[in-house]
Ligand binder design. Structure first.
Ligand SMILES: *[C@@H]1O[C@H](CO)[C@@H](O)[C@H](O)[C@H]1NC(C)=O
Length: 342
């Protein structure tokens, strides 16, 4: 009889004990509640493949966060400050994608990216846990915004140059790499599964020379370009939940152009998934939300339909585009912004 009672107690306590939540992050507020309906805001930009007067987000970024259990709200680079602030109050993280947008003040992409980064830093300073990740151009944007130096980037020979990550000592202690499964961290080091595709980049010297940048970020890895020059490939803030990769974690699983060499090995695909899991787990720590379901509905990416931008020309002569699919945004033609926000 006693054994039965003890067994019952054991079973009930075991089944009632909640799964341990990850609250080991050293900076930011420890939130005991996690958000199981995270929404990531992704910034659009003008330029190819978007038609003139429109902006785009490559669908790979959207699939990347969706595959890890988040939904997406696009943040149009040409929104008003009021619109951006409103969306910020609803989303749980910001992703600044790669691309070729102009990174100088007065250009709306830069100004909107800067507003989002400032809002995120303010939110974190005020006890809100708000993550930001920048990929490629997104990392370059973070470097310029944080350093306040528009010429901090140098030129690198790293177009179509998947590369291994050379970890610094800071990588061992980093939130980012400690959160990834060890086999993924090892694979990123041992084989070139990190897709690099950039002509600009951050040198270690430029990083060290900028007291603002080095007060904000730790360098977690370097990579080597095709001419043998090292550049910073991974950054993490030691004060804020802000990470940046010069490499593209989203491409391995979702981009298939043959014009560049994206590593599609099982290890590459697993890396795509695990880095997404990391970023979305960060977003789960934020509790922003919309005031109503219909407000959320009006903003979610489901209001748009992706275009098959990577479709091959039958003649085989057309240039391949970088993206398999892309979403296009025409601000003025999309009445829901007006209807629901202003
Ligand atoms: C900006 O960064 C570049 C590259 O490191 C450096 O040469 C330049 O002196 C910096 N400018 C300022 C104003 O700090």
């Amino acid at each position: 009889m006693l054994l039965v009672i003890l067994y019952a107690l054991f079973v009930s306590s075991a089944s009632l004990r909640p799964l341990e939540k990850r609250v080991d992050f050293q900076h930011g507020v420890r939130s005991s509640t996690l958000n199981d309906r995270p929404i990531v805001g992704i910034l659009s930009q003008p330029g190819e493949p978007a038609p003139k007067s429109m902006s785009y987000i490559a669908a790979s970024y959207i699939k990347w966060v969706e595959a890890a259990g988040a939904r997406v709200i696009p943040i149009l680079y040409d929104m008003t400050e009021e619109e951006v602030r409103h969306i910020f109050s609803i989303i749980n993280a910001v992703l600044i994608p790669g691309g070729g947008a102009n990174l100088t003040p007065g250009h709306q992409f830069y100004d909107t990216a800067r507003l989002l980064i400032d809002l995120a830093i303010d939110a974190n300073d005020n006890g809100d846990y708000f993550p930001v990740h920048g990929t490629c151009l997104g990392m370059e944007t973070l470097c310029i915004v944080i350093s306040q130096n528009y010429s901090i980037l140098g030129s690198f020979d790293a177009e179509d140059a998947a590369a291994p990550l050379l970890y610094t000592d800071a990588a061992d202690e980093s939130h980012f790499f400690r959160s990834l499964p060890p086999d993924v961290v090892r694979e990123l080091q041992n084989s070139p599964i990190a897709m690099e595709n950039h002509g600009k980049g951050l040198s270690m010297a430029a990083f060290r020379d900028s007291s603002k940048l080095s007060a904000f970020f730790d360098v977690l890895s370097l990579s080597i370009d095709k001419s043998g020059n090292p550049y910073v490939s991974t950054l993490e803030s030691h004060k804020y939940p802000v990470t940046a990769t010069q490499w593209h974690p989203e491409k391995n699983a979702f981009e298939w152009t043959n014009s560049v060499h994206i590593p599609h090995s099982p290890e590459g695909i697993r890396m795509t998934q695990e880095v997404a899991n990391f970023f979305v787990s960060e977003a789960r720590r934020n509790l922003h939300k919309a005031n109503s379901v219909s407000e959320e509905d009006d903003l979610l990416i489901y209001n748009w339909i992706p275009h098959f931008t990577g479709k091959h020309d039958a003649s085989g002569h057309a240039e391949e585009t970088d993206f398999e699919q892309a979403y296009y945004f025409e601000k003025t033609n999309h009445g829901t912004w007006r209807r629901s926000q202003l």
